[in-house]
Ligand binder design. Structure first.
Ligand SMILES: NC(=O)c1ccc[n+]([C@@H]2O[C@H](COP(=O)([O-])OP(=O)(O)OC[C@H]3O[C@@H](n4cnc5c(N)ncnc54)[C@H](O)[C@@H]3O)[C@@H](O)[C@H]2O)c1
Length: 316
């Protein structure tokens, strides 16, 4: 089989690296990134080539898209704090970036496009588990948090209505992917860090701050399951389709702490903090569309958390 030339923009990030690795087994993969994350290219296979790229620079994006068969756009400014504090930067990368990529695809005759959206497009979904057909929502345009979800919704709209019709697209909506090297701006690495920074109190417990008392729920999907899901979408997914990627096991955030308590052999004193404005109580994807293609998650939360914990412990 002739290998395709695949450009993964934002490919050095947490899930980008997994996508580069899985695709580099069968295709020529170029990772293009500004390396604001994962400067040292940790966990990226040596089969992957690298190009420094700022997605907001159209000329560079266009040059890099030359001779590409497939372009995948994952570049985004992530991390909840950034949504609240840097909404303009979030939009710049989200929208100028997406526009540049689509214009470059048009100019260079690229044959396929894949876009990383997010579970945040559902915000507080009307139906849980949430299928791809549930409506996308921006509840309050005054809240800077929705720079992220809003950027993703417009990114999706552009796939459907702006990308040249000759180019088939796939949109995937990841739901709480976790694993080694995911940064520190997410709940699991934040907990691991807090656990090891916390000092034992007089009750022999470790005080840990938890937003909303840990009663919100999410579905956590280990990185390797994400990689398999992506591969299945790549090989068997339909043209112009949207896929949720994740697991359909919904757990309270407290459950994460219970498992981490067993892994670290520490007991916690939980200190309740307010949830940030606009955060959501429940999220769990309906993944039946992906299951019909042959996907089912393999890793249990215990296994995935053990691996993630071990990686961070070593890293810290
Ligand atoms: N990890 C998850 O659970 C999750 C959930 C929902 C959506 N997503 C989406 O999936 C994609 C990848 O997520 P991730 O967890 O790997 O995040 P990440 O932050 O690790 O990866 C994003 C990548 O984009 C790059 N980037 C940022 N600005 C750039 C710019 N101006 N030019 C070029 N590259 C730039 C970063 O350096 C980074 O490598 C993102 O679009 C994210 O919004 C991820």
């Amino acid at each position: 089989m002739i290998k395709k030339n695949v450009l993964v923009i934002g490919g050095s990030g947490f899930i980008g690296a997994e996508i580069c690795n899985t695709l580099s087994k069968t295709e020529n993969v170029i990772c293009a990134d500004n390396y604001s994350r994962n400067e040292q290219k940790i966990n990226i296979s040596s089969n992957v080539s690298h190009e420094e790229l700022d997605i907001t620079d159209f000329n560079k994006v266009s040059l890099i898209c030359k001779n590409m068969d497939v372009v995948i756009n994952l570049a985004f400014i992530n991390g909840t704090r950034n949504f609240y504090e840097r909404p303009r930067d979030v939009f710049k990368v989200a929208l100028e970036g997406q526009l540049n990529v689509m214009r470059a695809i048009d100019d260079n005759n690229v044959k396929r496009f894949i876009y990383a959206s997010s579970s945040e497009v559902y915000q507080t979904p009307e139906i849980v588990p949430t299928s791809e057909k549930v409506k996308l929502v921006i509840p309050d345009i005054m809240n800077p948090r929705y720079s992220y979800g809003g950027g993703k919704i417009v990114g999706e709209l552009m796939c459907v209505h702006y990308l040249p019709k000759r180019v088939p697209y796939q949109i995937f909506r990841p739901h709480n992917i976790y694993g080694p090297n995911m940064g520190f701006e997410h709940v699991i690495p934040e907990f691991i860090k807090k656990i090891y920074q916390s000092k034992e109190n007089l009750n022999n417990k470790f005080p840990i701050k938890v937003q909303g008392g840990g009663l919100s729920s999410r579905s956590f999907c280990y990185l390797k399951d994400f990689g398999r899901a992506f591969r299945i979408m790549w090989e068997k997914g339909g043209e112009n389709q949207i896929y949720n990627i994740g697991t359909d096991k919904e757990v309270k955030i407290l459950e994460i702490l219970n498992i981490l308590s067993r892994i670290t052999n520490k007991e916690f004193d939980l200190i309740e903090e307010d949830l940030p404005l606009g955060s959501t109580e429940r999220r769990c994807p309906d993944i039946s569309k992906l299951k019909k293609l042959g996907y089912s998650p393999i890793y249990s939360l215990e296994e995935g958390l053990q691996k993630t914990h071990d990686w961070y412990l070593n890293y810290l």
